[in-house]
Design a protein around this ligand. Structure first.
Ligand code: CA
Length: 725
């Protein structure tokens, strides 16, 4: 039996009487939803957002919003929107933009809910805008500078995202707070500390909202003795609901649960004195089908297993995916990707859920591309490996044994002879830059970094203690290795079933942004060089680009309001990698304070002129003949600079986009002004920490070092041609 049915001009063909009811209900819901969202005045859209929770976040068919970090609970970053497609994309242009003069590094994914667009920017400032016009609605500044404890001195300028749940925006702060804000007004509803401010921990990740809970972890394996954990809080009150430690503590104190007792059997020595690590700073995925939350865990603290766990061992749950019961936080299963990790092979990268068919068998899969260079397909029902193949040059292991699920390691890769060149590097073959999965093409769009690392621990004192360092790894020397025959960066379309690349686009810089894919058969990615590019999702052919004039590190999102599909992204070179310039890579001239950070939104036939950014800028060292340079002081200053300053102001005092180039700054010329900035913290609101412990003599040594470098570099008469390229 066939017939025709119509509600509000929706024409639907149906096959049975039962279908009529279902189709009518769907059509009615769609039309009601459409009316509520699009025909009501903008100010009233907010009234209905209070309802949105897990059902809406899980609903991949929604197009008028972008409700979660990875759009839906699947974290696929796939949109069914197709107004912008391979045929129309050439008409894509700027619809509106907002200048963000106070921001520096921008890496976050905006959310769109009820016609408003929200994002977290530099210093964790959260803002809400009208998602169709860019008009600002509210701004909330959590005063990170005022909450920062002692000892945490870098990287607090960026955060990767926020969460929405039932009318509230949830945000984390660098100093360890979790905040709930009224999505309508930006008013603070509750704030809770997830760790004490003086702990050597920090948060750069997006909180994960699910089942009236908000989950957050933290980073810190390189800044002190650290025992990783994640905590779930009640979304309504901010009360702690459950907490899960990632590595075991001191057995003498007893274990929190059976999982920790099990994990402790895989550690040796007095690991707890080093903390052990495993910090989960990114990559939390909620799976409604299995009532599970998957945690991507971090590397060991310190990196070097010889120090951390001298008798060897897998060191659970480092570098793993750990599945926990979403209600209780109880352990369900784990899959360890880098057993006994010793290379900073974090597994905190995005965990994507997808339905695959492998060898004729349907699989509820996890797709995962961690730092260690293998692309993993894991069965969510069992936690067992389905397949794993390298997506970037890998030398630490020859392959992953399918039967045991364990890597087969290459002898020497653990720098057991004191040194080793190992691929991938500690930056990883893939980091937090989001990958996206398109269920229509069946491909994962994966930002890839092809670099090796040289690890040296010769002569290292194995009695080394994590307390002794300000930023350290237990590896004496670590260098990046490049291969002229392999592109240092790539956008790959990875087929997770065949476990091979369908296409690749080589890039001459590794640090490109995360991706978005759509039913318009498109993939969007922002690049380090300021280009925002669209590719044909099937073939990899470039079909559109726009020069945004400043390096891009944040992934784009898309949504459709009032009949227009918008594509939005934050523009502002950022992330840990950009803080100090990495030698040997192109310097694009994204200088601090020169290029304006922006929120830019595109639409078909957009007709807003975007003011041009200044051209790439290379700070010129200042030379003052009357500065009486003391070589002994300069040598002492070089050591201090490496310890305190280089991570933001650049190795050799050559800065990247994240902080001023001190060779070109007037501040070091004046002893009083230098002390005010460096020791007394007059620029703490602009992310320059106060180094209260520095003595007068040390400040003087730093000034002499900076002058020495400025004189040296000025005399080289730096020009276009001798820039590192
Ligand atoms: Ca790490």
């Amino acid at each position: 039996m066939a017939g025709e049915f119509s509600v509000n001009s929706y024409q639907v063909t149906f096959m049975s009487r039962k279908s009529i009811v279902v189709i009518a209900f769907i059509a009615f819901s769609i039309s009601m939803g459409w009316m509520l969202l699009s025909n009501q005045p903008r100010s009233e859209r907010a009234a209905i957002i209070v309802q949105f929770g897990d059902a809406e976040i899980a609903d991949g068919s929604r197009t008028e919003d972008w409700l979660a970090y990875g759009r839906t609970h699947s974290e696929q970053r796939f949109s069914p929107l197709e107004d912008v497609n391979t045929d129309t994309v050439s008409r894509l242009d700027v619809a509106w933009y907002v200048d963000l003069p106070k921001d520096v590094g921008l890496v976050s994914t905006p959310l769109v809910v009820g016609g408003k667009l929200y994002f977290t920017g530099t210093m964790n400032v959260i803002r809400a805008f009208d998602a169709t016009t860019g008009e600002m609605i509210w701004e909330y500044d959590p005063d990170v500078a005022g909450h920062i404890g002692n000892g945490r001195q870098a990287g607090w300028v960026h955060n990767r995202g926020i969460s929405f749940f039932k009318g509230k925006i949830y945000a984390s702060t660098w100093d360890g707070r979790l905040l709930a804000l009224d999505a309508k007004t930006g008013e603070l509803i509750w704030s809770t500390r997830t760790f004490e401010a003086n702990k050597p921990l920090y948060i750069t990740g997006a909180p994960k909202a699910f089942k009236d809970k908000i989950l957050i972890g933290n980073g810190g394996t390189e800044v002190g003795p650290s025992r990783g954990f994640v905590t779930a809080y009640d979304a309504g009150t901010g009360e702690e609901v459950w907490k899960f430690y990632i590595v075991p503590g001191n057995p003498a104190a007893g274990f929190e649960n059976e999982a920790m007792a099990m994990a402790a059997k895989t550690w040796t020595g007095n690991w707890w004195e080093h903390g052990g690590g495993g910090n989960a700073w990114h990559g939390f995925t909620y799976d409604p089908e299995f009532n599970a939350i998957y945690i991507g865990t971090g590397n060991g603290s310190p990196w070097n297993r010889r120090i951390r766990s001298p008798g060897g061992g897998d060191n659970l749950f480092l570098s793993s995916i750990v599945a926990l019961n979403a209600d209780t936080g109880d352990y369900l299963w784990h899959y360890q990707e880098s057993p006994g990790e010793t290379w900073d092979y974090t597994s905190t990268m995005d965990i994507v859920l997808a339905d695959l068919e492998v060898d004729g068998r349907p699989i509820k899969a996890i797709l995962h591309a961690p730092k260690n260079g293998f692309f993993y397909v894991i069965d969510r029902a069992t936690g067992k490996l389905v397949s794993a193949e390298p997506f970037s040059p890998v030398s630490w292991a020859t392959h992953i044994d399918k039967e045991s699920g364990r890597p087969v390691e290459t002898p020497g890769a653990r720098y057991e002879d004191g040194e080793a060149n190992v691929w991938p590097s500690a930056h990883g073959a893939h980091s937090w830059q989001a990958m996206s999965y398109n269920p229509i093409t069946g491909l994962v769009y994966l930002p890839t970094m092809n670099m090796g690392g040289r690890y040296v621990d010769m002569g290292l004192d194995v009695s080394w203690r994590a307390e002794d360092f300000i930023g350290g790894t237990g590896v004496g020397l670590f260098e990046i290795l490049l291969d002229d025959n392999i592109p240092v960066g790539m956008l790959q379309a990875w087929d997770p079933v065949k476990q091979e690349a369908a296409w690749t686009v080589p890039q001459d810089h590794p640090w490109n942004a995360g991706t978005l894919t759509t039913a318009g058969n498109l993939v969007f990615q922002g690049r380090y060089d300021g280009m925002f590019v669209a590719y044909d999702a099937t073939t990899g052919k470039q079909v559109w680009q726009y020069d945004l004039g400043l390096g891009i590190s944040a992934p784009p999102i898309t949504y459709r309001l009032d009949g227009t599909q918008y594509i939005t992204l934050l523009v502002g070179y950022g992330g840990g990698y950009t803080m100090g310039l990495t030698p040997g890579l192109p310097d694009e001239g994204w200088a601090y304070g020169v290029h304006t950070r922006r929120l830019v939104t595109f639409a078909l036939d957009g007709n807003t002129a975007l003011p041009q950014q200044p051209p790439p800028f290379f700070p010129q060292p200042l030379v003052y003949g009357d500065f009486d340079l003391d070589e002994t002081l300069a040598t002492k200053g070089a050591r201090l600079f490496g310890t305190y300053c280089a991570i933001c102001h650049g190795g050799g005092a050559v800065a990247n986009a994240m902080a001023p180039d001190l060779r070109a700054s007037r501040v070091p010329l004046d002893s009083r002004g230098f002390a005010e900035v460096v020791r007394e913290g007059v620029r703490v609101n602009r992310a320059m920490p106060a180094f209260a412990s520095l003595e007068d003599e040390e400040l003087k040594a730093l000034r002499h070092y900076i002058r020495a470098v400025a004189h040296r570099d000025a005399s080289r008469n730096r020009s276009e041609s001798d820039r590192i390229h």
